[in-house]
Design a protein. Structure first.
Length: 213
């Protein structure tokens, strides 16, 4: 599949955050979305996930058949979307049933994130980093080609950051797409960078935002 963004603009609370954003990502590619605090990285990911309407421009996909872009996405955002009263395994089972295209079992996914011992614990008992790893384990229980990750290393120790880098590498090697908003390298160093912000980008850089208020 291919994800294409053309001349995208974002307005929040009446203020133009960015405009003129264009890029395309295809199978196996990674895109690191960078920029200062408030530049609009999370807003861009929210737009890609279909939860925020663009102020202008278009987001489209090719090669997905009948499936819409939201149906092709996994999103791991600032809010982990986990139910505190459910166990880690129950949360993952719920996501697996809801999202379709099941892949790894909840236990396998937790093992991949180094957390097999929390499978039967309510998520409310977990540390911040453990919760984040359960949220990331959701990526593995269903097969979806595009991973949208917003600061995915938040609360992760170095070892878990390495695990995440491996998961992203593997996903891309299988033809998946990773788009991550981040202030860190993430292990996506070979990915293209989309810098949102007032820093002037080279003229040939199709990713540059053109207008700032
Ligand atoms: N729900 C919202 N309603 C109104 N304005 C919002 C909302 N969320 C974010 N904004 C505004 O949109 C702008 C961009 O915010 P966004 O969270 O996209 O930036 P970011 O680049 O992800 O920042 P950070 O690096 O701090 O996470 C900010 O000025 C913010 O105040």
């Amino acid at each position: 599949m291919r994800l294409i963004v053309e001349n995208l603009a974002c307005r929040r609370s009446g203020r133009r955050i960015f405009a003129g954003l264009s890029f395309a990502v295809g199978p196996g590619e990674g895109l690191m979305v960078t920029g200062r605090n408030g530049a609009g990285k999370s807003s861009l990911l929210t737009m890609l996930s279909g939860r925020l309407k663009p102020d202008a421009g278009a987001i489209r996909v090719e090669g997905t058949g009948e499936a819409t872009l939201p149906e092709c996405l996994h999103v791991v955002g600032h809010r982990d979307g986990l139910k505190s009263a459910l166990t880690a395994a129950e949360n993952l089972e719920f996501a697996r049933n809801l999202l379709g295209h099941p892949a790894a079992s909840p236990v396998q996914a937790l093992e991949a994130l180094g957390l097999p011992h929390v499978a039967r614990l309510p998520v409310g008992y977990l540390s911040a980093g453990q919760r984040r790893r359960v949220a990331l384990a959701r990526l593995l229980v269903c097969r979806r080609p595009v991973w949208l990750l917003d600061e995915p290393t938040a609360a992760l120790d170095l070892a878990s950051q390495g695990v995440l880098a491996g998961l992203m590498r593997h996903h891309r090697a299988e033809g998946g797409i990773v788009i991550a908003a981040t202030h860190q390298a993430l292990g996506l160093e070979d990915a293209r960078e989309l810098r949102i912000g007032p820093v002037a980008a080279p003229a040939e850089d199709a990713f540059a935002a053109e207008e700032w208020l």
